[in-house]
Every structure is written in structure tokens, then in C-alpha cells.
Write a protein that binds this ligand. Structure first.
Ligand SMILES: CC(C)(COP(=O)(O)OP(=O)(O)OC[C@H]1O[C@@H](n2cnc3c(N)ncnc32)[C@H](O)[C@@H]1OP(=O)(O)O)[C@@H](O)C(=O)NCCC(=O)NCCS
Length: 142
């Protein structure tokens, strides 16, 4: 992802989440090497993105992942995750984790398929709309 990708990324973010990140938040992540910011392209157009934050503990916190509505179920999110895992491994990271809404069935199916398992239940983690959360983690084998 580069700064010129941010407007399209922010559009996909807006259509994907009830409380979307503002464009400035993506721009901010791009400024710091601890954030891995990836965009997926299909026929020259951005169709998805993900942001991972590398932590001192040797873990990666996946902060954001979304694909454009019209491009879903085409393997874009899975490809983004695999690319993110590769980058994490190259930085010596061995575990990735994230939070997901309990009602987010598509995301939960994707993460289960990618080997994530629940490490924590997060009651009332999301105010708008109200939902509990799950913290999921996966080991990144070398
Ligand atoms: C969740 C999300 C990122 C998935 O993106 P995607 O590009 O459609 O996912 P993929 O095509 O790579 O799907 C990979 C696998 O995930 C699972 N999956 C994805 N969407 C699914 C759905 N609607 N129902 C059931 N399983 C689904 C399937 O196992 C799928 O493999 P398959 O198509 O071979 O069956 C997308 O729906 C999205 O952007 N949602 C809104 C934002 C969001 O919720 N992000 C996650 C926050 S934690």
C-alpha cells in the first residue's frame, strides 16, 4: 500500500465496517515500519487491504482486513492474509492474532479455515452495533 492508495482503501473500509477508520489512520500507519500495510489488486484496481502491527513480543496484531463488496469470495482476503503471514515470518514473528465480532460469520469462517483458534472471549467488545468479540490467534510455522 502506498499513500496514493489510501482514498480507495478508505472507501472499501467505509463500505465494510460500521465504525470505519478515517483515511488519516491509514496514512499514519504507512509512516511507521512497525505496520505492515498491504493492498490487493485485481486488474489494476485495489480490491482489498490489510494492516498488521508488529509487536516487540514477536507477535503480529492484525488490525484491519477487508475486501471490496463486489470482489468477495474470490480468494482476495485469503491471499492478503498469506502475504501478511509471509512478511511477518520474514520479520521473525511466530504468532498472529486479531479480534473479530462473534456475529461476523464470513470473517470467522475465513479465520477458522486459516487455522486461527479462540484464545479469549471479549464480552461487549463492540459498542456499535453491540456485539461480543473473540480474540483469535494462529501460529506462523517457519
Ligand atoms: C471477511 C472478508 C475479509 C472476507 O473476504 P473475501 O475476499 O470474501 O474472502 P475470501 O474470498 O478470501 O474467502 C476465503 C474463505 O473464507 C471463508 N468465507 C469468506 N466469506 C465467507 C462467507 N460469506 N460465508 C462463509 N465463508 C466465507 C470461506 O472459507 C472462503 O473460502 P471459499 O470461498 O473457498 O469457501 C470480507 O467478507 C470483508 O471484507 N468483510 C467486511 C470486513 C470484515 O469483516 N473484516 C474482518 C474484520 S475481523
Amino acid at each position: 500500500m502506498t499513500p496514493r492508495d489510501v482514498p480507495v482503501v478508505a472507501e472499501i473500509e467505509s463500505e465494510s465496517f460500521p465504525c470505519p477508520w478515517p483515511a488519516e489512520q491509514f496514512s499514519e500507519c504507512l509512516r511507521f515500519p512497525m505496520f505492515v500495510c498491504l493492498a490487493a489488486f485485481l486488474e489494476g484496481h485495489i480490491v482489498g487491504y490489510t494492516i498488521g502491527m508488529c509487536e516487540e513480543e514477536g507477535t503480529m496484531h492484525i488490525l484491519d482486513l477487508a475486501t471490496a463488496i463486489e470482489c468477495r469470495r474470490r480468494g482476495c482476503a485469503r491471499a492478503l492474509l498469506h502475504r501478511l503471514f509471509d512478511e511477518a515470518r520474514s520479520r521473525g514473528i511466530r504468532t498472529a492474532y486479531l479480534e473479530v465480532r462473534t456475529r461476523n460469520a464470513p470473517a470467522r469462517a475465513l479465520y477458522a479455515d486459516e487455522g486461527f483458534t479462540q484464545v479469549e472471549f471479549l464480552p461487549n467488545n463492540y459498542p456499535t452495533p453491540p456485539d461480543d468479540g473473540l480474540r483469535l490467534a494462529v501460529a506462523l510455522c517457519p
